[in-house]
Design a binder for this molecule. Structure first.
Ligand code: UFG
Length: 321
């Protein structure tokens, strides 16, 4: 049985992946500092360390106490807007702390890593769907901190380390009794569902003058369970082929902000008042993945549709209200 260290395993995508790894008979260890993760997401039978990757001696302790075969590295800050106000915070955690992790991996001869990257590495794309070879010019420091870490991972091939960088598009939905919650919440679907629950009065639509059919931004919404499956396949690829890859993880289909709100109205049966507001800084018009490469290499395709995304998120939101 392989032992996988999951950093950020108490967070949204991390915890879903932990559950799927356990279902696939991996032994799992979790590191989380609870900046974004929550204790209740950690399964009872899983060994857990509450440490911060910015402290290298704590990472050394985890690697000394366990025989680790591979790492799935989720932990990091994710809010693009916040990165524009506090770039140090993002480079310190997403880049420097990750470098600590890599150093200790090399010290302990652990040379396989799956990294949580993001569509934000592409910035405002020249083309949609976006392929892995599209230009990477991030429009925020969150995207740059992740791209920088991808580049560092490539440098670490010098030590024989292999990486698979999964560039997530818009993760959403719920599975395993877990769900999406951020502190503070800034993501579209949880905010819209909060309105349906009466926790917020309305949803603000950030910009209605984009060059799209209905004037609102288009994103590629990918179910967190489909995302989790991509991580399991990435680990298998590292075990069997031991080659590095950069892969988009998206559906290849885009939905506008208004289409998402309409789907939430349909699923929840709630009118969900919406207010047209000004654009949010740094929002690209359209981000849709080309999901061809991951299909070719892993035979992975998204299984869940928008209905299952919103329904699963709604079921979880109602329970946690
Ligand atoms: N939006 C609104 N109102 C809100 C919140 C969001 O109109 O109250 C709009 C945004 O302007 C955007 C869309 O809904 O057009 C989706 O916004 P999210 O904040 O849910 O997600 P983002 O697309 O900004 O970013 C997410 C992740 C990033 C990742 C990116 C990749 O947070 O980490 O998807 O597509 F890089």
């Amino acid at each position: 049985m392989k032992t996988i260290l999951v950093t950020g395993g108490a967070g949204y995508i991390g915890s879903h992946t932990v559950h799927l790894l356990l279902e696939n008979n991996y032994n799992v260890l979790i590191i989380d500092n609870f900046d974004n993760g929550v204790q209740k997401n950690i399964p009872e039978n899983v060994k857990f360390y509450q440490i911060d990757l910015r402290n290298i001696s704590d990472i050394r302790k985890v690697f000394s106490e366990n025989q680790i075969d591979a790492v799935v590295h989720f932990s990091g800050y994710i809010e693009a807007g916040e990165s524009m106000a506090d770039p140090y915070k993002f480079y310190n955690n997403n880049t420097f702390a990750g470098l600590n992790l890599l150093k200790v991996m090399i010290e302990h001869n652990v040379k396989k890593i799956v990294f949580s990257s993001t569509a934000a590495v592409y910035g405002e794309p020249e083309e949609n769907p976006i392929t892995e070879n599209s230009k990477k010019i991030p429009t925020n420091f969150y995207g740059s901190s992740k791209l920088m870490f991808e580049n560092i991972l490539d440098s670490f091939e010098v030590y024989g380390m292999k990486n698979i960088c999964l560039r997530y598009f818009n993760a959403c939905g719920a599975a395993f009794g877990l769900g999406e919650e951020h502190k503070p919440e800034t993501h579209l679907i949880p905010l819209v569902l909060d309105v349906a629950l009466g926790k917020r009065e309305h949803i603000k639509i950030f910009g209605t003058d984009y060059q799209t059919l209905d004037g609102t931004c288009i994103r590629d919404y990918i179910h967190v369970l489909d995302l989790a499956k991509a991580h399991v396949l990435a680990l298998k690829h590292l075990e069997e082929k031991n080659t590095s890859l950069k892969l988009n993880v998206g559906t290849g289909k885009g939905f506008s902000v208004k289409e998402i709100i309409d789907k939430c109205r349909e699923v929840t049966g709630h009118p969900i008042p919406a207010i047209e507001s000004s654009r949010r800084d740094g929002d690209p018009t359209t981000l849709v993945a080309s999901a061809e490469k991951i299909k070719d290499i892993f035979n992975w395709e998204s299984q869940e549709d928008l209905n299952s995304i919103i329904s699963s998120a709604w079921e979880w939101h109602k329970k946690t209200f």
